[in-house]
Design a protein around this ligand. Sequence first.
Ligand code: FES
Length: 77
Amino acid sequence: MWMGNEGGNLPLYICLCNALTDRKVKQAVTEAGTLRPGEVYAACGCRAQCGQCVKAVVALVRDHVRNQGEAQLQGAD
Ligand code: FES
């Protein structure tokens, strides 16, 4: 589970090699409609370098998609 910055006002750096923030990753997932880590990095204009962030990116993507789905379900009421 992503234990990130939900509700926080400050961006959280999730990938230091590429200076990717949680917001940038979520934006890439939403706009590019991609879920695979390699495609997320590509949508952000980069690629994994050291790989230390990949697990966190995967967890963030999963939580973001789950949250989007829950928001859509709540909006359907
Ligand atoms: S921290 Fe993301 S590739 Fe190194």
